[in-house]
Design a protein around this ligand. Structure first.
Ligand code: RFL
Ligand code: PHB
Length: 390
């Protein structure tokens, strides 16, 4: 088999790249380790920046997003018994975010890809990248019992943090930067009206909590939990009780318990692998970087990487221009590091750190109080939350 760009991974990064390249007349083959149903069953992000929405429009897959996505002009911080609204629109000259589940975005992209007949090999095993230090890279895999080889011009490594792409690179070619946080997030999905029209990020001495949503009838809630927490230790009743304790009284009073339809735990981590290009192999999305979810940046960073990469590839094929691909790693990383900083900062501001000193906790509380009373501080938060320009 032969294609122009072999894409490893059918998460949002791989699928979005495939669709943008398809619209530009560039051929791709996607290889995905899991089944399509499995990919769709992973509950993850829910907040899209305007730049991400614009890319979905460019890819021709934004119709349902525009019909069903929820526009949010602000969100709330809750601590010390009160709610503090961050007026995103008012603080950023009218910008907003859109609530639309990563699963829904993935479903739209999968359907568009199927409709245009572009090949995707789901349940591809033993994916192996070869010769990507040359202009003739290859990808091999085991698909439906057969060994397949794909010759291509470029490989896009969009296979997430546990993928094969960055693991294929010689250790000496990469600098790895990493921070582990001493807690995770326990997430619950429930078919019940959200507790508030806008998201609530709560910081409490019992730990962080987040009230999010997927629609007017589906809520998504998270609790900070210690590492090693087991889902079995968190029957629904305990989850709702703990969430209620961490919220301000106004929000707590409005919270309605409902049976969970999904429950999962994710540890929090910051990670960057640089550079994001090695010869003919380009890394994009979680394959190159991870942020803790507090700033809602992971999926949006995957989209901005894809924007830079698609632009580079389109410049290469349409105009024979190498400059976009040559600049890819540097352009993507400049934005990645700002989102890394913001995600680390928001995580540090709102979570309880088990090894913090009384001094650390006083400083943290002072920063929250400053934020609640300073328009300049709120504007810096809002500008990052809606997404920095590409
Ligand atoms: P993905 O989604 O992990 O997709 C990678 C795909 O590659 C496949 N794969 C392979 N395929 C072939 N061969 C191999 N050897 C392979 N190894 C892996 C995998 O099966 C998978 O299908 O990465 P991608 O596309 O870069 O997308 C990144 C986003 O998924 C991620 O950053 C976000 O979900 C992060 N995130 C959030 N981001 C936001 O922007 N806003 C949010 O509100 C937000 N909330 C979250 C989040 C992540 C969370 N968790 C679970 C970590 C909330 C949570 C709880
Ligand atoms: C979500 O709805 O899953 C979500 C929202 C905001 C975040 C993280 C996750 O910061």
């Amino acid at each position: 088999m032969r294609t122009q760009v072999a894409i490893i991974g059918a998460g949002p990064a791989g699928l979005l790249l495939g669709q943008l390249l398809h619209v530009a007349g560039i051929d791709t083959i996607i290889l995905e380790r899991r089944s399509g149903d499995y990919v769709l069953s992973r509950i993850r992000a829910g907040v899209l920046e305007q730049g991400t929405v614009a890319l979905l429009e460019q890819a021709g897959v934004a119709a349902r997003l525009h019909a069903e996505g929820l526009r949010h002009d602000g969100f709330n911080l809750a601590y010390d018994g009160a709610r503090h609204r961050i007026d995103l629109a008012g603080l950023t000259g009218g910008r907003h975010v859109t609530i639309y589940g990563q699963t829904e975005m993935t479903r739209d992209l999968m359907q568009a890809r199927a409709a245009c007949g572009a090949p995707s090999l789901y349940e591809a095993a033993e994916v192996h990248l070869a010769d990507f230090d040359s202009a003739h890279p290859r990808v091999t895999c085991l698909f439906e019992g057969q060994r397949i080889e794909i010759a291509c011009d470029f490989i896009a490594g969009c296979d997430g943090s546990h993928g094969v792409s960055h693991a294929s690179l010689p250790a000496a070619a990469l600098s790895l930067h990493e921070r582990h946080y001493p807690f995770g997030w326990l997430g619950v999905m429930a078919d019940v009206a959200p507790v508030s029209d806008e998201l609530v990020y709560a910081s409490h001495e019992r730990g962080f909590a987040l009230c999010s949503m997927r629609s007017a009838h589906r809520s998504r809630y998270y609790l900070q939990c210690p590492l090693g927490t087991e889902i079995a230790d968190w029957p629904d009743a305990r989850f709702w009780d703990e969430l209620r304790q961490r919220l301000d009284p106004q929000t707590a009073a409005a919270l309605v318990d409902a049976p969970s339809i999904e429950k999962s735990i994710a540890p929090l981590r910051s990670f960057v692998a640089e550079p994001m290009r090695f010869g003919s192999l380009f890394l994009a999305g979680d394959a190159a970087h991870i942020v803790p979810p507090t700033g809602a940046k992971g999926l949006n960073l995957a989209a901005s990487d894809v924007h830079y990469l698609a632009e580079g590839l389109i410049g290469h094929y349409r105009e024979g221009r190498a400059s976009g691909l040559e600049a890819y790693s540097q352009r993507a990383l400049a934005r990645v590091w700002k989102a890394e900083r913001f995600s680390w900062w928001m995580t540090s501001l709102l979570h309880q750190f088990p090894d913090s000193s009384p001094f650390d906790r006083k400083i943290q509380a002072a920063e929250r109080a400053y934020l609640a009373g300073s328009r300049a501080a709120m504007a810096a938060l809002a500008e990052n939350y809606v997404g920095l320009p590409f």
